[in-house]
Design a protein around this ligand. Structure first.
Ligand code: SAM
Ligand code: SF4
Length: 323
């Protein structure tokens, strides 16, 4: 199978927004604030077709199912099972965790679970998390997280368990306390990313204006993460660059991976290149045809001119920031 692949075609990581619907309206997220229904979403069969299309054309390392809140789709498990059966290393799901009850993981067999990585979004201790994500969410999410930790992660049934946290001035004050508190979940790693002012249009960048107190708190967080690098999914030089990011002076370091090595896919099955959709659905066109289309190549050219990296996990080349 892999010998038939075009080795020059390097896209190996995909993020699929399987729905734009969400049960929360987090402070920093534009997706949760949109009015989305299930009508425009693709069927299970269309997603399966898309994943088959990607598998045919790329040496896929990782597909992450997100959204919106992916657990709002009843067929998420079915689509993930199909994905696990493909020639692929890791199948991640990123969730706000409020709907992540024990039943969801029960549907996967032992071999499927070995490929599955679970990412829970938790943005701080109870006060900050609830302020950002809505009252009562911390308790629900942490309850579900603890269960997955005990029953699936400690039992070595799943590939990984990660906490994704978005750093923003609203959670700077107690963020180190949050990290210290959650370090009791041994082996769990933290993917701490800086907030993007508009997470659907990464290239529309507002300036941050941190107070001196916020700058001092941010430095404390960075120092803590650098000193405890083993809990972080990100290398220390990248974490250090957050100071420049929030000071609006971060310069581009190397090239952005978007469209070349990683790709976002919208809930309508369209390639999504840094805020712009390419109007060729992946269930209807072969991925190679899309990649070499004028529209796709024009977006790649536009991305080359980006001077302000957003530091999103899928887009940055971590090698540029050392290891
Ligand atoms: C859009 S959510 C979709 C999955 C799920 N609903 C969740 O919250 O994990 C995926 C990730 O994007 C993050 N996110 C949301 N708004 C963001 C922003 N403005 N900047 C950076 N990341 C953001 C969320 O915190 C989450 O970790
Ligand atoms: S971050 Fe996730 S949970 Fe929060 S509004 Fe956005 S999609 Fe929903």
């Amino acid at each position: 199978m892999s010998q038939m692949r075009d080795k020059h075609f390097n896209i190996c990581e995909f993020y699929i927004a399987i729905t734009n619907r969400c049960n929360l309206q987090c402070l920093m997220c534009t997706t949760g604030k949109g009015k989305y229904g299930a009508e425009s979403e693709l069927s299970s069969q269309e997603w399966i077709k898309i994943i088959g299309n990607l598998e045919r054309n790329c040496a896929i390392q990782r597909i992450t199912f997100g959204g919106g809140e992916p657990l709002l789709r009843d067929d998420l498990g079915h689509i993930m099972k199909f994905t696990c059966a493909c020639d692929i290393n890791t199948v991640n799901v990123i969730s706000n965790g409020t709907l992540f009850d024990g039943v969801f993981l029960d549907q996967f067999d032992e071999h499927e679970l070995k490929k599955i990585g679970i990412i829970f979004s938790i943005d701080g201790l109870q006060y900050d998390h609830d302020f950002i994500r809505g009252g009562g969410t911390f308790k629900k999410t942490v309850h579900n997280f603890e269960r997955v930790y005990k029953e699936y992660f400690l039992a070595e049934k799943i590939a990984s368990l990660t906490v994704s946290s978005i750093l923003m001035p609203e959670n700077f004050s107690h963020f180190v306390d949050f990290l210290k508190e959650f370090e009791r979940f041994k082996g769990v790693r933290f993917d701490v990313q800086p907030v993007i002012p508009n997470n659907e249009l990464c290239y529309v960048r507002e300036k941050f204006r941190l107070t001196e107190k916020e700058k001092a708190k941010l430095k404390e967080i960075i120092d803590y993460l650098v000193a405890h690098e083993y809990i972080s999914t990100r290398p220390a030089p990248l974490i250090r660059s957050y100071m420049h990011y929030f000071a609006n002076v971060l310069e581009k370091n190397g090239r952005c991976l978007t469209g070349y090595e990683s790709l976002n896919i919208t809930c309508e099955g369209l390639p999504y290149l840094c805020g712009k959709e390419v109007p060729m659905p992946l269930y209807a066109y072969d991925f190679k045809e899309i990649f070499y289309s004028e529209e796709y190549q024009a977006e790649l050219e536009r991305i080359k001119t980006c001077k302000e990296p957003c530091l999103q996990g899928l887009h940055i080349n971590q090698e540029n920031y050392g290891s």
